[in-house]
Design a protein around this ligand. Structure first.
Ligand code: ADP
Ligand code: 5GP
Length: 202
Protein backbone atom coordinates (compact mmCIF):
# COMPACT_ATOMS: atom_id res chain seq x y z
CA UNK A 1 0.00 0.00 0.00
CA UNK A 2 1.21 3.49 -0.81
CA UNK A 3 2.03 5.53 2.28
CA UNK A 4 0.14 8.72 3.02
CA UNK A 5 1.63 12.19 2.71
CA UNK A 6 2.59 14.34 5.66
CA UNK A 7 1.44 17.97 5.34
CA UNK A 8 2.66 20.83 7.51
CA UNK A 9 0.28 23.78 7.62
CA UNK A 10 1.35 26.99 9.35
CA UNK A 11 -0.13 30.44 9.55
CA UNK A 12 -0.12 33.29 12.05
CA UNK A 13 -2.75 32.82 14.73
CA UNK A 14 -6.08 34.20 13.47
CA UNK A 15 -5.35 33.71 9.75
CA UNK A 16 -7.99 31.02 9.43
CA UNK A 17 -6.01 27.78 9.43
CA UNK A 18 -8.33 25.89 11.83
CA UNK A 19 -11.34 26.95 9.75
CA UNK A 20 -9.64 25.81 6.55
CA UNK A 21 -8.32 22.55 7.99
CA UNK A 22 -11.79 21.77 9.41
CA UNK A 23 -13.25 22.07 5.91
CA UNK A 24 -10.49 19.98 4.32
CA UNK A 25 -11.21 17.18 6.83
CA UNK A 26 -14.95 17.31 6.07
CA UNK A 27 -14.36 17.14 2.33
CA UNK A 28 -11.76 14.34 2.19
CA UNK A 29 -12.09 11.38 4.58
CA UNK A 30 -8.58 10.18 3.69
CA UNK A 31 -7.10 13.22 5.43
CA UNK A 32 -6.63 13.11 9.17
CA UNK A 33 -5.62 15.73 11.69
CA UNK A 34 -2.73 15.25 14.08
CA UNK A 35 -4.08 16.14 17.52
CA UNK A 36 -1.35 18.08 19.33
CA UNK A 37 -0.58 18.18 23.02
CA UNK A 38 -0.54 21.58 24.69
CA UNK A 39 -0.14 23.14 28.12
CA UNK A 40 -2.52 25.98 27.12
CA UNK A 41 -5.93 26.22 28.82
CA UNK A 42 -8.82 24.98 26.64
CA UNK A 43 -10.87 27.69 24.91
CA UNK A 44 -14.62 27.55 25.14
CA UNK A 45 -15.90 24.73 22.94
CA UNK A 46 -12.54 22.98 22.55
CA UNK A 47 -12.69 19.25 23.17
CA UNK A 48 -10.07 17.04 24.84
CA UNK A 49 -8.53 14.61 22.33
CA UNK A 50 -10.26 16.28 19.38
CA UNK A 51 -8.80 19.80 19.27
CA UNK A 52 -5.86 19.13 21.58
CA UNK A 53 -4.68 16.91 24.41
CA UNK A 54 -4.63 19.42 27.25
CA UNK A 55 -1.84 18.32 29.57
CA UNK A 56 0.33 19.68 32.38
CA UNK A 57 3.92 20.88 31.92
CA UNK A 58 5.13 17.77 33.75
CA UNK A 59 3.21 15.44 31.44
CA UNK A 60 4.51 17.44 28.46
CA UNK A 61 8.14 17.15 29.60
CA UNK A 62 7.68 13.42 30.28
CA UNK A 63 6.45 12.93 26.70
CA UNK A 64 9.53 14.71 25.34
CA UNK A 65 11.84 12.69 27.59
CA UNK A 66 10.33 9.38 26.45
CA UNK A 67 10.82 10.33 22.76
CA UNK A 68 7.08 10.59 22.19
CA UNK A 69 7.11 13.95 20.39
CA UNK A 70 7.87 14.42 16.70
CA UNK A 71 8.50 18.11 17.44
CA UNK A 72 7.60 20.64 20.08
CA UNK A 73 7.87 24.40 20.60
CA UNK A 74 6.88 27.17 22.96
CA UNK A 75 4.38 29.71 21.63
CA UNK A 76 3.12 32.75 23.59
CA UNK A 77 4.10 31.15 26.91
CA UNK A 78 2.57 27.70 26.28
CA UNK A 79 4.08 24.45 25.06
CA UNK A 80 2.76 22.67 21.97
CA UNK A 81 3.91 19.34 20.52
CA UNK A 82 3.06 16.62 18.02
CA UNK A 83 2.63 13.08 19.42
CA UNK A 84 4.82 11.01 17.10
CA UNK A 85 3.25 7.54 17.03
CA UNK A 86 -0.21 8.52 15.80
CA UNK A 87 1.29 10.43 12.87
CA UNK A 88 3.40 7.55 11.57
CA UNK A 89 0.65 4.96 12.21
CA UNK A 90 -1.79 6.94 10.04
CA UNK A 91 0.82 7.47 7.27
CA UNK A 92 1.50 3.70 7.22
CA UNK A 93 -2.24 3.12 6.79
CA UNK A 94 -2.12 5.27 3.65
CA UNK A 95 -3.85 8.27 5.22
CA UNK A 96 -2.66 11.83 4.63
CA UNK A 97 -1.87 13.63 7.87
CA UNK A 98 -2.05 17.38 8.55
CA UNK A 99 0.16 18.95 11.22
CA UNK A 100 -1.26 22.38 12.05
CA UNK A 101 1.82 23.80 13.77
CA UNK A 102 3.81 27.00 14.24
CA UNK A 103 7.04 27.77 12.40
CA UNK A 104 9.70 26.56 14.90
CA UNK A 105 8.14 23.09 15.06
CA UNK A 106 7.52 23.17 11.31
CA UNK A 107 11.23 23.75 10.60
CA UNK A 108 12.09 20.74 12.79
CA UNK A 109 9.71 18.52 10.82
CA UNK A 110 11.05 19.84 7.48
CA UNK A 111 14.53 18.81 8.64
CA UNK A 112 13.62 15.38 10.06
CA UNK A 113 10.95 14.37 7.53
CA UNK A 114 12.17 15.94 4.26
CA UNK A 115 9.35 14.36 2.23
CA UNK A 116 6.77 16.33 4.25
CA UNK A 117 4.97 18.98 2.18
CA UNK A 118 4.75 22.42 3.78
CA UNK A 119 2.06 25.03 3.18
CA UNK A 120 2.05 28.52 4.68
CA UNK A 121 -1.25 30.42 4.80
CA UNK A 122 -0.91 34.21 4.74
CA UNK A 123 -3.55 36.70 5.85
CA UNK A 124 -4.21 39.44 3.25
CA UNK A 125 -2.63 41.96 5.70
CA UNK A 126 -1.77 42.39 9.41
CA UNK A 127 -4.79 44.67 9.72
CA UNK A 128 -7.10 41.89 8.50
CA UNK A 129 -5.39 39.48 10.89
CA UNK A 130 -6.13 41.77 13.84
CA UNK A 131 -9.78 42.05 12.77
CA UNK A 132 -10.10 38.26 12.57
CA UNK A 133 -8.58 37.76 16.03
CA UNK A 134 -10.93 40.40 17.46
CA UNK A 135 -13.94 38.91 15.65
CA UNK A 136 -13.11 35.40 16.91
CA UNK A 137 -13.40 36.80 20.43
CA UNK A 138 -11.49 33.98 22.15
CA UNK A 139 -8.46 35.96 23.34
CA UNK A 140 -7.97 38.99 25.59
CA UNK A 141 -6.59 42.16 23.97
CA UNK A 142 -3.24 41.47 25.63
CA UNK A 143 -3.08 37.97 24.09
CA UNK A 144 -4.13 39.41 20.71
CA UNK A 145 -1.21 41.88 20.85
CA UNK A 146 1.23 39.04 21.63
CA UNK A 147 -0.15 36.99 18.76
CA UNK A 148 0.16 39.93 16.32
CA UNK A 149 3.75 40.50 17.46
CA UNK A 150 4.51 36.78 16.83
CA UNK A 151 2.79 36.99 13.43
CA UNK A 152 5.34 39.40 11.98
CA UNK A 153 8.22 37.02 12.74
CA UNK A 154 6.27 33.99 11.51
CA UNK A 155 5.38 35.67 8.21
CA UNK A 156 9.09 36.27 7.53
CA UNK A 157 9.63 32.51 7.79
CA UNK A 158 7.01 31.70 5.17
CA UNK A 159 9.64 31.72 2.42
CA UNK A 160 10.96 28.33 3.61
CA UNK A 161 7.67 26.59 2.83
CA UNK A 162 6.94 24.63 -0.36
CA UNK A 163 3.70 26.54 -0.99
CA UNK A 164 2.13 29.84 0.07
CA UNK A 165 -1.61 30.48 -0.11
CA UNK A 166 -3.36 33.74 0.82
CA UNK A 167 -6.61 33.38 2.80
CA UNK A 168 -8.58 36.32 1.47
CA UNK A 169 -11.79 34.69 0.27
CA UNK A 170 -12.32 31.60 2.45
CA UNK A 171 -13.80 29.28 -0.19
CA UNK A 172 -11.04 30.15 -2.66
CA UNK A 173 -8.36 29.48 -0.04
CA UNK A 174 -9.89 26.05 0.74
CA UNK A 175 -9.97 25.18 -2.96
CA UNK A 176 -6.41 26.42 -3.48
CA UNK A 177 -5.08 24.31 -0.60
CA UNK A 178 -7.00 21.25 -1.82
CA UNK A 179 -5.38 21.73 -5.21
CA UNK A 180 -1.93 22.11 -3.69
CA UNK A 181 -2.42 18.92 -1.65
CA UNK A 182 -3.42 16.96 -4.75
CA UNK A 183 -0.60 18.39 -6.90
CA UNK A 184 2.02 17.77 -4.24
CA UNK A 185 1.47 14.00 -4.66
CA UNK A 186 3.46 14.35 -7.90
CA UNK A 187 6.44 16.12 -6.33
CA UNK A 188 9.56 14.02 -6.70
CA UNK A 189 10.21 14.05 -2.95
CA UNK A 190 6.73 12.58 -2.38
CA UNK A 191 6.37 9.96 -5.13
CA UNK A 192 10.06 9.02 -5.53
CA UNK A 193 9.58 5.34 -4.58
CA UNK A 194 6.65 4.77 -6.93
CA UNK A 195 8.36 6.55 -9.80
CA UNK A 196 11.65 4.70 -9.29
CA UNK A 197 9.68 1.44 -9.61
CA UNK A 198 8.25 2.59 -12.93
CA UNK A 199 11.60 3.93 -14.16
CA UNK A 200 13.11 0.46 -13.71
CA UNK A 201 10.67 -0.81 -16.31
CA UNK A 202 11.24 2.06 -18.76
P1 ADP B 1 -6.40 30.23 13.21
O1 ADP B 1 -6.74 28.77 13.33
O2 ADP B 1 -5.43 30.50 12.10
O3 ADP B 1 -5.96 30.84 14.50
P2 ADP B 1 -9.29 30.59 12.86
O4 ADP B 1 -9.60 29.48 11.89
O5 ADP B 1 -9.71 30.43 14.27
O6 ADP B 1 -7.74 31.01 12.77
O7 ADP B 1 -9.96 31.91 12.24
C1 ADP B 1 -9.90 33.17 12.91
C2 ADP B 1 -11.22 33.92 12.67
O8 ADP B 1 -11.24 34.38 11.30
C3 ADP B 1 -12.46 33.05 12.86
O9 ADP B 1 -13.47 33.84 13.47
C4 ADP B 1 -12.85 32.66 11.43
O10 ADP B 1 -14.24 32.43 11.30
C5 ADP B 1 -12.42 33.89 10.63
N1 ADP B 1 -11.99 33.62 9.23
C6 ADP B 1 -11.25 32.59 8.76
N2 ADP B 1 -11.04 32.72 7.44
C7 ADP B 1 -11.67 33.86 7.05
C8 ADP B 1 -11.81 34.54 5.78
N3 ADP B 1 -11.28 34.06 4.67
N4 ADP B 1 -12.52 35.69 5.77
C9 ADP B 1 -13.06 36.18 6.91
N5 ADP B 1 -12.98 35.60 8.13
C10 ADP B 1 -12.27 34.45 8.20
P1 5GP C 1 -3.54 28.12 19.44
O1 5GP C 1 -3.22 28.44 20.86
O2 5GP C 1 -4.06 29.32 18.68
O3 5GP C 1 -4.41 26.90 19.28
O4 5GP C 1 -2.16 27.73 18.72
C1 5GP C 1 -1.06 28.60 18.78
C2 5GP C 1 -0.03 28.18 17.74
O5 5GP C 1 0.50 26.88 18.09
C3 5GP C 1 -0.61 28.03 16.33
O6 5GP C 1 0.32 28.59 15.41
C4 5GP C 1 -0.71 26.54 16.15
O7 5GP C 1 -0.61 26.14 14.78
C5 5GP C 1 0.51 26.07 16.93
N1 5GP C 1 0.48 24.65 17.28
C6 5GP C 1 -0.60 23.88 17.56
N2 5GP C 1 -0.21 22.61 17.81
C7 5GP C 1 1.15 22.58 17.67
C8 5GP C 1 2.14 21.56 17.79
O8 5GP C 1 1.88 20.39 18.04
N3 5GP C 1 3.43 21.93 17.60
C9 5GP C 1 3.80 23.20 17.30
N4 5GP C 1 5.09 23.44 17.11
N5 5GP C 1 2.90 24.19 17.18
C10 5GP C 1 1.59 23.89 17.35
Amino acid sequence: MQKGTLFIISAPSGTGKSTIVGELLKRDPNICFSVSATTREPREGEREGVDYYFISRKEFNDMIASGGMLEHAEFCGNMYGTPKKAVFDRLEEGRDVILEIETVGAYKVMLNVPEAVSIFILPPSLETLRHRLEKRGTDSSEVIERRIAEAEGEIKKSRKYDYTVVNGDLEKAIEDISLVMKASKFLRKVNKETVEGVLEKC
